[in-house]
Write a protein that binds this ligand. Structure first.
Ligand code: SAM
Length: 408
């Protein structure tokens, strides 16, 4: 192959067609040479002319180009002239990247007459498949070396501010991202996931179970000692007064900024909200737990329900993370093995992860079969559970005893 013949040779069929065309119509596109007579573009046309004995063909001499510029020119005119599919274009970009992974995307884009975005897409795929090395210092067209460029299209004041924050530029360089806000959100998301999933060893003292009626106020639990209450009281109308006790308990034992997350039946929604609002707690929001279990038919209301509301109140201003208000968890086959109203561990785990960090204290004063306890302890949160029914306490105790060594 000639030094500047970068594209693969034409197939015999393609070549013969070209030759026949030249014989019939002459050379329509000029053959390009450098000042030393090397062909930059038109190897096949020249070969056909030589074979046909044509000497009078159009020619262009491009003088003064260095080796890289000649190569780039040859590639660019070929890419532009040949009707390449997107796939073929990407193959050529890939071939170039294999040869010169150290060239910047822009450099290669100029060489091949494509956009640097396309080069970047091909590069990232090849890096991910280890077809080319990841190179942080890339060579630009002017021959200088620099770290991966962080290109932000027309940054506004906010984007400029984000760019000054720790890790943002480094991460954008590493991933070839161009959106500072997205990068910062990703960094925050990852550090939050790490923070939420640190496994800390729990001892027996980190899990307390009390057989007690909430109406007694659970005096064993010290004031302002609980980070979050996650609970699921009975829903029937006759139990609604218990929500008042729950609200007063929460107002006493929650730390400032802490949250009460209370499941409740939709049928008595206004009464539940009114009763929970009885203390100094502030109504904050409502979460929705969607379960894919077959709908529960509420015949007297003519409603086929797929959702469970979770009322969210706070003690003073909420001081936690930004959280989604949607819980979507499939039912698990053993949900009802521990209590006839047993909830999904998966759903309660989502609540635990969203609203607390490892080591924080969660209270469930209607612990039932221990769903909240399992979710909390599995995620290294301290736990206090209470229930009026001694059987529920025993079931919960056994259930968490069997969880893992750290919860024994
Ligand atoms: C809906 S169940 C909780 C189910 C639990 N979330 C689970 O997944 O297994 C409600 C629980 O509240 C308890 N309970 C009812 N009245 C109570 C009261 N006055 N004080 C404390 N617990 C009570 C019941 O014994 C029952 O176990």
């Amino acid at each position: 192959m000639h030094p500047y013949q970068i594209m693969p040779p034409l197939s015999p069929k393609e070549y013969n067609a070209l030759k026949a065309d030249i014989k019939a119509n002459g050379v329509l596109v000029a053959i390009e040479f450098d000042e030393h007579g090397n062909v930059l573009d038109g190897h096949h046309r020249l070969k056909a002319c030589q074979e046909l004995g044509i000497v009078d063909y159009p020619r262009v001499v491009r003088a003064g180009l260095n080796e890289e510029e000649k190569l780039a020119h040859a590639q660019a005119v070929n890419m532009m002239r040949r009707q390449l599919s997107q796939k073929q274009r990407r193959i050529f970009i890939g071939e170039q990247l294999k040869k010169t992974p150290e060239y910047s995307n822009l450099f290669i884009a100029k060489m091949l007459g494509v956009t640097d975005k396309t080069v970047n897409t091909v590069r990232r795929k090849m890096e991910a498949n280890s077809e080319i090395p990841k190179i942080d210092e890339r060579r630009s067209a002017d021959g200088t070396s620099r770290g991966r460029p962080v290109s932000v299209y027309n940054p506004n004041e906010k984007a400029k501010r984000i760019l000054t924050q720790p890790q943002v530029v480094e991460r954008m360089q590493k991933e070839d991202w161009s959106n500072p806000a997205y990068t910062r959100a990703k960094i925050n998301q990852e550090s939050k996931a790490i923070r939420k999933n640190v496994a800390i060893p729990l001892s027996e003292a980190d899990c307390k179970l009390l057989c007690a009626d909430i109406q007694g106020g659970l005096p064993e639990i010290p004031d302002e000692s609980v980070d979050v209450i996650i609970t699921d009281p009975p829903y029937a109308l006759k139990y609604i007064p218990l929500y008042r006790h729950l609200s007063h308990l929460a107002a006493r034992v929650l730390k400032p900024g802490g949250s009460l997350l209370c499941m409740g039946g939709g049928a008595h929604f206004p009464k539940v909200v009114e009763t929970l609002n009885d203390s100094a707690l502030l109504f904050h929001w409502m979460l929705c737990f969607i379960t894919t279990r077959t709908a529960a038919p509420l015949h007297w209301l003519k409603v086929s329900s797929h959702i469970k509301p979770i009322f969210w109140l706070t003690k003073g201003r909420y001081n936690g993370d930004l959280v989604s208000d949607l819980i979507h968890a499939p039912p698990m086959k053993d949900d009802k093995d521990y209590h006839e109203w047993g909830q999904s561990v998966e759903a309660f785990t989502q609540l635990v992860e969203r609203f607390t960090d490892p080591g924080q204290v969660i209270l469930d004063p209607f612990v039932g079969g221990g769903t909240t306890a399992v979710a909390a302890i599995n995620k290294s949160r301290r736990f206090i559970g209470a229930d009026i029914d001694q059987k529920c306490i025993e079931i919960t105790r056994n259930r968490i005893y069997n969880l893992s060594p750290k919860s024994s």
